[in-house]
Write a protein that binds this ligand. Structure first.
Ligand code: ZN
Length: 320
C-alpha cells in the first residue's frame, strides 16, 4: 500500500485516494476502471506520491492508465503530472492557462521558501505544547517531501483540452464536467452515472474549511446546487473523507455565509472576529476561512481575474 494516501472503494471499480493534507500528496485523487480503460483523476503534489498512485492504478485495474485528468490548477492536484507524461492529460482550456500562470518560475527560490518553512517548523517542534509539536511533526514530513521533489520537478501540462464536457466512452461511461468556476476559475468534476459516484475535486471538502481565495464563494454555492441535482450516492471530495450527498449539502450554506462575510468585511468588519459558519464549528483549519474572506474582500472586484475563456462556451467532446 501507499505511504502517501489510503484507498477507499467508492463503488465497484471506483477507488478514492484519501490523503493527509499535511503529507506528500496533500490533495485527494481517484482511480476509475471503466471496464476497458483506466482513468486517474488528479496527480497530487509530488512525483513520489503520483508514482505510488500510478502503481496502485495498475494493481487495481490490471492495466496501465489511459488518461489523467486535472480537475483544477492547484499544485496539490497537478504537480505529479510528470509521472503521467506518456499518456494524455485532460483539463479545461482555462485550467491549462492557470497552471502555466502559477508554475514555479524559479525552483531555487521555491526551495529556499521550503527551507524557511522547515526552519520555522523546527522551532515549533521544540514547543512546550504537545499539540503544536504533533502538528509541526506532521507538517515537516510534507515539506521535506516537497523539498525532495523540487529539483526533479518538470512542468507537465494538460494536452487534451475541453471547454465544459468530455465524455469517456468505455464499457462504463465517465463524464468530465464543469459548471464554470467556484473554487478556482474553472473546476471539473467526474461523474460516473452507473455507479452514482461523483469525484468532486476541490468543489467538495469534507469537514475541512475550504480554500476560497482563488474563487467565488457565491458562484461556488450555485455550482454545488447543480451538482446535487445529479443525485450522487457517493461524493469523493478533494480534501477529507468520502461521504454521501451531505458533503455537498453542508457546503452550500457555508459558502453563502462566507460570501456574506466578504461583503461585511468590505464594509469594515474585522475578519479576525468572524465565527465559523453554522455547522462548521468542528471542521479543521478554521484559519483558512478567515484568510480566504480577508483575501476575497481585498480583491478590487470579486470577478476581476475572470476571463471569457474561463466559462463554458458549449461544445461536447467524446473520447472513445
Ligand atoms: Zn484546490
Amino acid at each position: 500500500m501507499s505511504e502517501s494516501f489510503d484507498l477507499i472503494e467508492l463503488a465497484a471499480g471506483v477507488h478514492g485516494a484519501v490523503s493527509d493534507i499535511a503529507g506528500p500528496a496533500v490533495g485527494n485523487a481517484a482511480i476509475i476502471d471503466t471496464g476497458d480503460k483506466t482513468v486517474v483523476i488528479d496527480s497530487f503534489m509530488t512525483a513520489q506520491a503520483a508514482a505510488e498512485l500510478r502503481n496502485e492504478a495498475v494493481r487495481l485495474t490490471g492495466r496501465s492508465a489511459f488518461l489523467l485528468v486535472n480537475t483544477h490548477w492547484h499544485g496539490d492536484h497537478t504537480w505529479g503530472n510528470q509521472v503521467f507524461d506518456d499518456i494524455p492529460i485532460a483539463s479545461t482550456r482555462r485550467t491549462l492557462e492557470l497552471i502555466i500562470a502559477d508554475a514555479p518560475a524559479n525552483l531555487v527560490a521555491y526551495e529556499a521558501e521550503l527551507d524557511a518553512q522547515l526552519t520555522a517548523l523546527r522551532v515549533r517542534l521544540e514547543s512546550d505544547d504537545a499539540s503544536v509539536r504533533a502538528a509541526a511533526a506532521r507538517r515537516v514530513r510534507g515539506v521535506e517531501a516537497y523539498k525532495a521533489a523540487a529539483p526533479g520537478f518538470r512542468l507537465t501540462l494538460p494536452d487534451l483540452l475541453f471547454d465544459d464536457h468530455l465524455v469517456i466512452e468505455g464499457r462504463r461511461r465517465v463524464e468530465l464536467m464543469t459548471y464554470g468556476g467556484g473554487h478556482t476559475e474553472s473546476d471539473v468534476f467526474a461523474w460516473i452515472p452507473d455507479a452514482g459516484v461523483m469525484i468532486a475535486g476541490d468543489l467538495c471538502w469534507n469537514r475541512i474549511h475550504p480554500r476560497t481565495l482563488d474563487g467565488d464563494p457565491g458562484d461556488w454555492a450555485g455550482i454545488l446546487e447543480r451538482m446535487a441535482r445529479l443525485a450522487p450516492m457517493r461524493v469523493h471530495p478533494g480534501h477529507g473523507e468520502p461521504g454521501g450527498p451531505e458533503v455537498i449539502e453542508a457546503l452550500v450554506p457555508y459558502l453563502r455565509t462566507v460570501a456574506g462575510y466578504v461583503t461585511a468585511v468590505r464594509a469594515g468588519t474585522d475578519p479576525a472576529g468572524l465565527a465559523p459558519p453554522p455547522g462548521s464549528e468542528a471542521w479543521a483549519s478554521p484559519e483558512r476561512m478567515r484568510t480566504g474572506v480577508a483575501g476575497l474582500a481585498a480583491r478590487p472586484h470579486p470577478s476581476a481575474n475572470r476571463t471569457a475563456s474561463g466559462w463554458g462556451r458549449g461544445g461536447d467532446a467524446h473520447l472513445r
